[in-house]
Design a protein. Structure first.
Lengths: 95, 485
């Protein structure tokens, strides 16, 4: 499978990555290479294998329902480019 | 209770499926130790996990898991012993991770059922498609600054249960009944407080229409985030009529997300987020599968309370109540407990009437809940006792009740203070009758001449004479005797 420039542009937009026009064609080539690896993997017969979401046999560890965090708005906001009265400030998003 | 829309060319039925986001009652968030309380200072309840800081790892809250299983059991649903968390990717200012941790292919709860209690006393079943656990997003505030949107992440990461119904509902009334029933079940279970105005229960409605008799599903539109049961019902009706108008004028419906404006009574398209529906779900590599065993489920099942459906059945069987009365009394567990206190050792139907007609009427008028009722169950019970043992008449009891609502006193004291005890001695009643007859010889004549209907007038006059305190049965009997020619 080979990806065209438009598809690569769409993927980049979804991932919020700013890709210059000149980089589209080389990226398409690289991504198409990855896709062909996946195509090759699909030749393996996995009909009798349960789909897995991880590579280990472990299951999820659980946490007690106890409050152990919070109360540090200053730290949460420390790296924000902009904050106002305890809020993050971002460009106006109007729905 | 069929709801059909008569168009120019066809009669249409509406097909409704609801997605409800219910905030799980827990101390801490789904994947972090930050608190969940409503209304705290902005960003004061945020861990670095909730803020999407690099390198932070989510660890699941055991109570969130338990609450989801509890709710699933309450919905008579299949519980999946193995479920998987997935990332739902979208870009928005109040979603710092850039994805929401949710469940996609393998949710924690599968198919179940909700029984709707319709206002006419009938019931019908609506299928549950699934229930899954997911994180809530933060909150965007648009009106605090002219050119900025403010973001508060306190809600970010709070555990939600998304409950998805099958497209089984056919009228706004059924959608309303569904939401009320789901809320009632979750409140009984203690898994969600169901406060739509605080946003701890939110509803998206999927609406489509089709000609009556058709079986195919047409393109649906999703009306997002409606914040009261009444508005959900209104939004569905408006959206359905919009579809009918478009089809009948030869147009087509495009799948889209819409917003309901209760002031204008219309839905309108939300500015479409670019690629908004391209969520690129994939299993979250930060989280292993969520697994538990039958024993875990059985332990939770053993702690389930009696739920509204079972309670309704019991009220009908044990107290002889109608489906409607039983349905009304079991909506809130506080109400049903109050009713059972009143009914204990008394006529259960009389108790139901007093609670539903008089008490609910008084509470609604003052806008207070039954837990803050000025009339305690004990006092309402005593009032019924006073009627039963002929201390007061049913009519006087209504007056006593009004005073109980206003002053919170017990009925015996009120009856004593105001001298409202029923007159059950024949003497004073006879005297009153004689007085009325002496004052109205003409009426007595007319009655004796065959105008039987005047008996009602006489009853009223004598009642008035005794300040409403005459025992109605005795009054009637004595009056007929005295008036007899």
């Amino acid at each position: 499978m080979s990806l065209d420039d438009a598809t690569v542009r769409k993927i980049a937009t979804l991932a919020r990555i700013d890709v210059a026009d000149a980089d589209l064609a080389p990226l398409a080539k690289e991504l198409s290479g990855i896709m062909s690896w996946i195509e090759q993997l699909q030749e393996v017969d996995t009909d009798s294998v349960e789909p897995m979401s991880g590579g280990t046999d472990m299951t999820l560890g659980w946490r007690k329902d106890a409050v152990s965090d919070g109360g540090h708005a200053d730290k949460v906001l420390a790296n924000a480019p902009e904050s106002h009265e305890g809020f993050f400030g971002v460009p106006k998003v109007i729905e | 209770m069929t709801f059909l829309i008569k168009g120019e060319t066809e009669t249409w039925e509406v097909v409704i499926g609801l997605e409800v986001h219910a905030q799980v009652i827990s101390n801490a968030k789904l994947f972090s130790g930050a608190p969940t309380d409503f209304g705290a200072d902005p960003n004061s309840q945020v861990s670095f996990v909730d803020a999407g800081m690099p390198g932070m790892l989510p660890v699941i809250n055991e109570v969130a898991v338990e609450q989801a299983v509890r709710t699933g059991l309450g919905l008579k649903a299949q519980i999946n012993k193995r479920s998987v968390f997935a990332r739902k990717n979208y870009f928005y200012a109040d979603l710092p991770q850039g994805y929401q941790i949710s469940q996609f292919e393998l949710p924690i709860v599968g198919e179940g059922t909700i029984v709707l209690d319709m206002p006419d006393g009938t019931s019908r079943e609506v299928g549950i498609e699934r229930l899954h656990l997911e994180q809530d997003a933060g909150k965007s505030i648009h009106d605090l600054h002219p050119s900025k949107t403010f973001i508060d992440l306190n809600r970010s990461g709070v555990a939600l249960m998304e409950v998805v119904s099958k497209p089984d509902m056919r009228s706004p009334d059924e959608a309303g009944a569904y939401l009320r029933k789901l809320r009632s079940i979750m409140r009984y279970l203690g898994t969600c407080d169901g406060n739509m105005d605080e946003g701890s229960m939110r509803c998206d409605a999927n609406v489509s229409v089709r000609p009556v008799g058709a079986t195919e599903l047409r393109t649906r539109c999703e009306v997002k985030n409606v914040n009261s049961v009444r508005f959900v019902m209104q939004a569905i009706e408006h959206e359905a009529r919009r579809h009918v108008d478009i089809y009948e004028s030869g147009g087509e419906i495009h799948q889209e997300t819409r917003q309901y404006d209760p002031n204008k009574g219309e839905t309108r398209q939300m500015r479409s987020k670019e690629f908004a529906h391209d969520y690129r779900y994939f299993p979250d590599p930060d989280l292993l599968p969520l697994v538990f065993d039958d024993e875990y489920i059985a332990k939770i099942k053993a702690t389930l309370p009696e739920l509204p459906d079972e309670k309704k059945e019991r009220f009908m069987a044990d107290y002889g109540l109608t489906a409607y009365d039983a349905g009304v009394l079991v909506v809130e567990k506080e109400t049903s407990a109050y009713y059972e206190d009143v009914a204990k050792g008394r006529d259960p139907k009389a108790a139901a009437n007093w609670v539903i007609t008089n008490l609910f009427g008084a509470l609604n008028k003052q806008g207070i809940s039954i837990t803050n009722s000025p009339v305690s169950a004990n006092n309402l019970g005593k009032l019924i006792d006073l009627i039963t043992d002929d201390t007061i008449s049913g009519r006087i009891a209504k007056d006593v009740f009004e005073v109980m609502v206003d002053e919170g006193k017990d009925p015996e004291t009120i009856v004593e203070e105001k001298g409202l005890k029923q007159i059950t001695d024949t003497g004073p009643i006879e005297a009153a009758i004689e007085q009325v007859m002496a004052d109205n010889p003409g009426k007595v004549e007319e009655y004796r001449g065959g105008k039987d209907k005047l008996i009602g007038w006489f009853v009223g006059q004598v009642m008035k004479q005794t300040g409403g305190k005459a025992n109605p049965g005795m009054l009637n009997e004595l009056l007929r005797k005295k008036l007899a020619p």
